[in-house]
Design a protein around this ligand. Structure first.
Ligand code: ATP
Length: 262
C-alpha cells in the first residue's frame, strides 16, 4: 500500500506578472499532520487553491493516493471533482448554510458520496430510503467526533464561532476524504476554542485521516505538526520537524519580528 497520500511536484502559479508559486514540492504521508506556514503573501492560500481545483496551476503535478487505493492526478479538475477524488477542505472564512440545521449542513457534505437519482428521491424507493438512512447515521457519527452531537437540530447561525468552525470540519469529513485541508482553522478563535481545536484535530488524525493545514498560530503549528513546510515569496524555504523549523536561521530571518516560539 502506498504510504504517500499527497504528492505535489514542481507546482507553479502565475497571475500575469506575479509568480505566486515557484516550483513547489510537498508531500503528506498517511496519518501525518503537516503544516504549511509562511509570512503574509507567501503563497499558502494560492497553494491550497491550486491543489483543490479553484485555480488551474501553470505548471506541476498534484497526485492523490486515496485510502481506498486509487491514484488521481488532480490538477485541472474542478473543485467538486477534487472532493469526489478524496480531498476536502475548509476555508479561511466560514462558509456554512446559516439557515440550515447542523445535521443538514453535514448531510450536504455527504451528498457527493450518494448515488440516488432524482426520480428515486421523488418516489422514495427502498434503495433511496436506505441510502438516506446511511447518510443520517454517518452524519451523526461525524457530529459526535467534532463534539456537536447535542446541536443537530440547531441552526448553524445559532452556534458559537468555534462551534461553527467545527461544523465546517464536520462537513468536510462527511465527504469521506483521504486528505483534509484546513485553511487557518484557528483564525479568530479564543484560547479555549483553539485548545478544543487542537484536541479535535488530533482525534481526527487518530481516526485515520491525514491533514494538511495552513495556520498563523505558531503554538498550534508546533504542537500539532509532524512536519512543517515553510514558504516565502512563493518558494519553499525550509521543511522539517517543529524543532528543526524553530531553529532554522532561514526561517527565523523570513519571520523577522514575529515570534516563532509564541
Ligand atoms: N487571484 C489572484 N490574482 C492576482 N494575484 C494573486 C491572486 N491570488 C493571490 N495573488 C497574489 O499571490 C501572492 C500570494 O498570495 P496568497 O494569498 O496565496 O498568500 P498567503 O501566504 O496565503 O497570505 P496570507 O497569510 O496573508 O493569507 C500575493 O502576492 C497575492 O497578491
Amino acid at each position: 500500500m502506498n504510504d504517500t497520500i499527497l504528492k505535489v511536484s514542481g507546482l507553479s502559479m502565475h497571475f500575469g506578472g506575479i509568480q505566486a508559486l515557484k516550483q513547489l514540492d510537498l508531500e503528506v504521508k498517511r496519518g501525518e499532520i503537516v503544516a504549511l506556514i509562511g509570512p503574509n503573501g507567501a503563497g499558502k492560500t494560492t497553494f491550497f487553491n491550486c491543489v483543490t481545483g479553484i485555480y488551474n496551476p501553470t505548471e506541476g503535478d498534484v497526485i492523490l493516493h486515496t485510502l481506498q487505493g486509487t491514484t488521481s492526478r488532480l490538477n485541472g479538475l474542478k473543485p467538486n471533482k477534487v472532493t469526489e477524488k478524496g480531498m476536502a477542505r475548509t476555508f479561511q472564512n466560514i462558509r456554512l448554510f446559516q439557515n440550515m440545521t447542523v445535521l443538514e449542513n453535514v448531510m450536504i457534505g455527504r451528498h457527493c458520496r450518494t448515488h440516488s437519482f432524482i426520480l428515486g428521491a421523488i418516489l422514495r424507493t427502498p434503495s433511496n430510503r436506505k441510502e438516506e438512512q446511511e447518510i443520517v447515521e454517518r452524519s451523526y457519527e461525524i457530529l459526535e467526533l467534532v463534539g456537536l452531537a447535542d446541536e443537530v437540530d440547531n441552526f448553524a447561525r445559532n452556534l458559537s464561532y468555534g462551534a461553527q468552525r467545527r461544523l465546517e470540519i464536520a462537513r468536510a469529513l462527511a465527504t469521506d476524504p483521504s486528505l483534509l485541508l484546513l485553511d487557518e482553522p484557528a483564525a479568530g478563535m479564543n484560547p479555549q476554542e483553539t485548545q478544543e481545536l487542537v484536541q479535535l484535530i488530533l482525534r481526527i488524525r487518530d481516526q485515520g485521516y491525514s491533514i494538511l493545514l495552513i495556520e498563523h498560530d505558531m503554538k498550534l503549528v508546533m504542537t500539532l505538526s509532524n512536519r512543517i513546510y515553510v514558504m516565502d515569496y512563493g518558494k519553499k524555504i525550509a521543511q522539517g520537524t517543529p524543532e528543526e523549523i524553530q531553529s532554522n536561521p532561514v526561517v527565523i530571518k523570513a519571520y523577522l519580528g514575529e515570534d516563532l516560539d509564541a
